[in-house]
Write a protein that binds this ligand. Structure first.
Ligand SMILES: [Fe+2]
Ligand SMILES: [Fe+2]
Length: 597
């Protein structure tokens, strides 16, 4: 239970007892082979596959797998690279300050450079100390520090240009793209990193202007940067980015007016035309720069996403198009799985929104989570017609489990082939964790019991009995490692179980969700998931509300004359606390195991 916070665990002693008493499942860490050994094993595998193909036992093809290049992974985690990035940023900031126009004595320049170095070092220390996920990988640190450095360089160039060409005084600061780094980082890495960039570039760039303008420049840069971050925090369409750019320009204008750079009041006094001309020039510069920054970021967003392996909400929204080739194929060849995926997407998106996780990512990943079922759709119960022959009837439970489990690897294979987003591939790999295919495991045990009876009666040879090993009935996937992945895993299981609910009521739905989530936790499937207990409670409430609205037509409302027992209290409806016996007997998902969705 490493990833589950125990805050507010009151009333969960039964869960703790079960966790303590459950046999500790030994999870083998992924085998780390050396590269040469990997090559040898791969070569031997290829020979074995070729031999099997020749004998007609194999198609000779190999499933595609998804894994990060070890060299890139090493670079991403290298502390030396990280340190070099920090040092480059600090030194480059100092050089920019020293190269700025001499606004005073050499002593003043040196004082500014030292102050700039302190600010740059404080920024890298903050970046290093932060526990924000976007700042752990070296590529993301390159994006943050590189973006800030580019911002400072552009500010320095514009200041030099406006000073050297004797441009109107009003243009000197209003041509500066205050929103560049904050908006870029806000869209790509989130509000926290965007705010960090806004503060960092505002403080350091204020050392590039004359002392009398320092405070005003700092104010306009900080307010414009923070406004850009605030306005782009929930951007889902490119048009919204442009609107955010225009609003940021307006904010810059207001601050410039308050600071005295622009004087709107003078436009209504003597010399109206001259003042109006200056005001229009300044407004055009501020608005034009802000709009240009928004368009520049919007245009280069796909490049940044590809380069730094990031996915913004804008891209998630584009990926949520149901006309994707795979989704259309699923609609035609596996309609049951397609419907299941849509319901899981709705459940997961609503729950993710409630706890502040990436709701759009949840929706898209849920659409594709069972894409592996496209290889053998008829073997999954949701695609079987009523009364039609069940292909599992002709198979042993072990073989059936193998086919069911294979939809994970088939999913990764299809996803890699269609170049789906790596985060979707992660969800495909993680949505079942290493859980058990209960239905076929139970069937195998029942068959074994029957065969043992036959052995006792001398009808069967004990050596001929098939060996039933639990690990053959477990998914080989990884445990959910993100909040989004955990939510999808839970939504997946709950959607499958909800199909068998007869006469669903709100209380029944809540009890079912409570029991299923508890069984998932007891099995250790959420051990690597950063969801807290508080978030899990919110997620469960959200699932219940969404399912209730989805099953509305099926919900059986008691008639006046049917009302037997008194109406339960509102608190009882919200927090059903079933007994231990009820948890194990009623809603553990036999149908979910039979059709591991
Ligand atoms: Fe599923
Ligand atoms: Fe699945």
């Amino acid at each position: 239970m490493a990833g589950i916070s125990h805050a507010g665990i009151a009333g969960c002693q039964d869960l703790e007892t079960r966790l303590a008493s459950r046999p500790q499942q030994v999870r083998q860490p992924p085998v780390q082979r050396e590269q040469p050994i990997n090559n040898v094993v791969g070569f031997l595998d290829a020979i074995k596959r070729w031999q099997l193909a020749r004998q007609g036992f194999s198609s000779g093809r190999k499933r595609r797998v998804y894994s990060e290049n070890p060299a890139i992974q090493a670079l991403e985690e290298s502390f030396t690279v990280k340190f070099a990035l920090y040092a480059t940023f600090a030194m480059a900031s100092v050089v920019l300050i020293l190269k700025a126009d001499d606004y005073g004595s050499a002593e003043e320049s040196l004082r500014r450079a030292v102050f700039g170095l302190v600010l740059a070092l404080a920024a890298v220390v903050m970046l290093h100390a932060t526990r924000q996920a976007p700042c752990r990988r070296n590529s993301r640190i390159t994006l943050v520090l590189g973006g800030n450095l580019a911002h400072l360089l552009i500010v320095s160039l514009i200041l030099r240009l406006t000073q050297s060409t004797d441009s109107p005084e009003v243009l000197r600061y209003l041509l500066v793209p205050f929103a560049l780094a904050p908006m870029l980082h806000g869209v790509l890495l989130g509000r926290v990193v965007g705010t960090f960039s806004a503060i960092c570039v505002s403080l350091i760039s204020s050392l590039l202007v004359p002392p009398q303008d320092m405070l005003g420049f700092l104010t306009i840069s900080l307010v414009s940067g923070l406004s850009a971050v605030l306005l782009t925090g929930t951007v889902r369409k490119r048009g919204q980015l442009l609107r955010a750019g225009i609003l940021t320009g307006v904010v810059s204008l207001i601050i410039a007016n308050l600071w005295g750079r622009l004087d709107l009041v003078s436009c209504f006094g003597s010399g109206t035309m001259d003042h109006l001309k200056v005001f229009c020039l300044g407004s055009a510069a501020a608005l034009g720069t802000a709009v240009f920054v928004a368009l520049f970021i919007s245009g280069l967003l796909p490049v940044f996403e590809e380069l730094f392996q990031l996915t913004t909400d804008i891209s998630w929204l584009e990926l949520s198009d149901l006309n994707h080739t795979l989704l259309r194929q699923m609609q035609l060849e596996a309609p049951g799985t397609f419907h299941h995926s849509l319901v899981v997407a709705s459940l997961a998106e609503a729950a993710a929104e409630k706890i502040g996780a990436n709701a759009l990512m949840c929706r898209v990943c849920a659409y594709f989570h069972d894409v592996g079922k496209l290889k053998k759709p008829a073997y999954f119960i949701e695609n079987q017609q009523d009364g039609a022959e069940n292909p599992h009837d002709a198979l042993t439970p072990t073989m059936s489990a193998l086919i069911i489990i294979a939809h994970l690897k088939d999913g990764v294979d299809i996803a890699v082939k269609h170049k789906l987003n790596p985060r979707i591939i992660n969800v495909i790999q993680e949505h079942h964790g290493d859980s058990l295919v209960h239905y076929f495991y139970r069937r195998a045990q029942e068959q074994k019991k029957t065969n043992l009876d036959k052995v006792d009666r001398g009808l069967e040879n004990p050596e001929d009995l098939p060996h039933v090993d639990e690990k053959n009935f477990r998914y080989p996937g990884q445990l959910p490692s993100t909040r989004e992945s955990g939510i999808i895993a839970l939504a997946d299981m709950i959607e499958s179980a909800s199909r068998s609910l007869r006469k669903p009521t709100l209380a029944k739905i809540r009890t079912m969700i409570e029991e299923l989530v508890r069984s998932k936790m007891t099995d250790g499937q959420l051990d690597d998931c950063p969801l807290t207990l508080r978030e899990l409670t919110v997620v469960k409430d959200s699932f219940a509300a969404t399912l209730r609205s989805m099953l509305h037509a099926r919900i059986d409302y008691p008639r006046e004359d049917d009302r037997g027992p008194p109406t339960p209290k509102r608190s009882e409806l919200q927090r059903p606390r079933p007994s231990e016996g009820e948890i194990n007997s009623k809603h553990l998902p036999p149908q979910a195991a039979a059709s591991p969705a």
